[in-house]
Design a protein around this ligand. Structure first.
Ligand code: GTP
Ligand code: MG
Length: 506
């Protein structure tokens, strides 16, 4: 087909009888159209270039349940999207309320187990005044408690029973029983406190109804129960979304649970501060202070009607993750050359039943942060009370190191909960009692953390399919001051790894 026959060419050809004026006008219009077209082309090109340049970094958080994965994610959010983090703080109040209610419930049920048949009175020596604790347990003052012979002395809430002869010392020292009678103010009985704290039951039901979608199968999970059940929400923003629809979204004004907590504040403080109660908890090896979501030392502050959670409170709150979720964000805070990087952090549920969901996320990951909560050396898993937490972490670490899908992924190890580890060792708990190979080395934080770091590092060397970099940090991810620097190092390392991978792919 000749140009003369081409209909498009014919349509575009200037008219044969075009005057000079018409021709000038036409050429001006065509020039304008060319400029517009060139501008559009340049815009498209720039967009493509920007998209290509836009780095998407994927980071996977792994570790057993309660190892601190979600807390680490919250640290990233606090550091790099502070506005969003701050805006969401008020939403965490409901979780903190639930954490408090649960702690109080654990105390009350420990003092007065639902199955009262395992408690029988026995005569006490040297008691001057009735013990509120014992009154609740026995229904009568002036008597101590003991276990029915043959009862295993099982402690449903204590998590520290692994290999430690749990409860072997429970009720073994009659003087301890005598000492429990001295503490509560004369006019306060435990029964009275329990009555005063009854409204917390309603608060618990209210909070669960608010936080857990109606179609969730197991909405009422309780920490520390033998089956390890605990309140959870699916990851993502649904629970936050549900809360944000409530009228008090941006405000700190009181809601019903907060009002109830406020009215129960004195009773809760009396219960928690009672040395007799503490003594019973101690003997039952229930260390709420070291457990997740512990706010009982802050009751006065966190039960104020207009309480707004601080950054530290949000990091300390406990909400179990079930499922896997990817949180995408761009750093609000300029982090040097990292501006514009899109971060995708995958947070998984760490309990045994959740681990099958991890593998699909091993593909296309830039780095893994593995959290090993080394303070758990004397604890058992909530979901399997025959498994020591440290041992479980070591087995998981071996599995991650040896996984072929992850052979080229750099691993970052957080030996986490070092704050708790230090306190625990200082209080006299011996690592060698649980880790025989530790033998008679010094039971200090420095010696223990160095030893465990060496063990994890050796596993990495031995089990990794290919040599790769290994970064290990002793962390307390709830601590805002120390964690910032560590997270910045991880950020730089992850971005470097990402660039390296991009070059390999290019
Ligand atoms: N004291 C202390 N508490 C910590 C530390 N890391 C985490 N926690 C607390 O431990 C609890 C559990 O942490 P999470 O981040 O929810 O644990 P997780 O690994 O996400 O657990 P799952 O969602 O069950 O897999 C939370 O209440 C945290 O505040 C730490 O280093 N020190
Ligand atoms: Mg979690």
């Amino acid at each position: 087909m000749s140009p003369a026959e081409d209909p498009l060419d014919a349509a575009l050809r200037p008219p044969p009888d075009e005057t000079l004026e018409e021709r000038a006008l036409r050429e001006e219009r065509e020039e304008h159209a060319r400029r517009v077209s060139a501008a559009i082309d340049a815009e498209i090109k720039a967009e493509r270039l920007a998209r290509r340049k836009k780095r998407i970094v994927r980071l996977l958080l792994l570790g057993q349940s309660e190892s601190g994965k979600s807390t680490t994610l919250r640290q990233f959010q606090r550091l790099y999207t502070p506005t969003a983090f701050r805006e969401e703080r008020v939403l965490w109040r409901a979780i903190i309320q639930l954490n408090i209610v649960r702690s109080i419930r654990i105390i009350l049920e420990t003092l007065s187990p639902p199955d009262q048949t395992t408690i029988v009175p026995r005569p006490r020596r040297g008691s001057a005044a009735p013990s509120a604790v014992m009154m609740l347990a026995n229904g009568s003052p002036g008597a101590s408690t003991d276990r029915v012979p043959g009862s295993p002395g099982h402690n449903p809430y204590g998590e520290y029973s692994y290999n430690s002869g749990v409860d072997s010392d429970v009720d073994s020292d009659p003087e301890q029983h005598a000492s429990t009678s001295r503490f509560m103010p004369n006019n306060v009985t435990l029964e009275g406190l329990r009555m005063a704290l009854l409204p917390l039951r309603h608060v618990e039901a209210l909070l669960i109804a608010r936080l857990v979608p109606a179609n969730e199968e197991e909405p009422t999970h309780l920490p520390g129960q033998p089956d390890g059940r605990e309140i959870f929400v699916r990851p993502g923003n649904q629970w936050k979304g549900a809360r944000s629809k409530s009228p008090d979204r941006e405000s700190t004004r009181s809601d019903e649970p907060q009002e109830v907590l406020h009215s129960c504040s004195t009773a809760m403080q009396t219960l928690w501060n009672d040395p007799g109660v503490r003594e019973v908890l101690r003997r039952r090896k229930i260390r709420l202070e070291e457990g997740p979501g512990f706010f009982l030392n802050d009751l006065e502050r966190v039960t104020l009607p207009n309480y707004l959670p601080t950054d530290a409170d949000v990091l300390r709150a406990r909400l179990k993750t079930v499922g896997v979720s990817e949180y995408t964000f761009e750093m609000e805070v300029s982090a040097g050359r990292e501006t514009g990087t899109e971060w995708r952090i995958v947070d998984v549920g760490g309990s045994r039943s959740q681990r099958a969901t991890w593998v699909p996320f091993f593909d296309d990951v830039d780095a893994i942060i593995f959290l090993a909560p080394i303070a758990g050396f004397d604890q058992v898993l909530a979901e399997d009370r025959t498994m020591n937490r440290l041992e479980d972490s070591v087995l998981l670490w071996k599995a991650v190191c040896s996984n072929k899908l992850l052979a080229n992924v750099d691993l970052v190890l957080f030996l986490n909960k070092c704050d708790i580890l230090e306190r625990k060792l200082n209080s006299g708990v011996k690592l060698s009692r649980y880790v025989r190979s530790y033998a008679d080395r010094e039971n200090t934080f420095d010696a223990v953390s160095q030893y465990l770091r060496g063990k994890f590092s050796a596993i990495h060397r031995e089990y990794s399919p290919n040599p790769r970099k290994f970064y290990a940090f002793c962390t307390s991810v709830t601590d805002t001051t120390t964690t910032g620097g560590i997270i910045a190092s991880v950020r730089d390392m992850v971005v470097r790894q990402h660039l390296k991978q991009s070059k390999l792919l290019a």
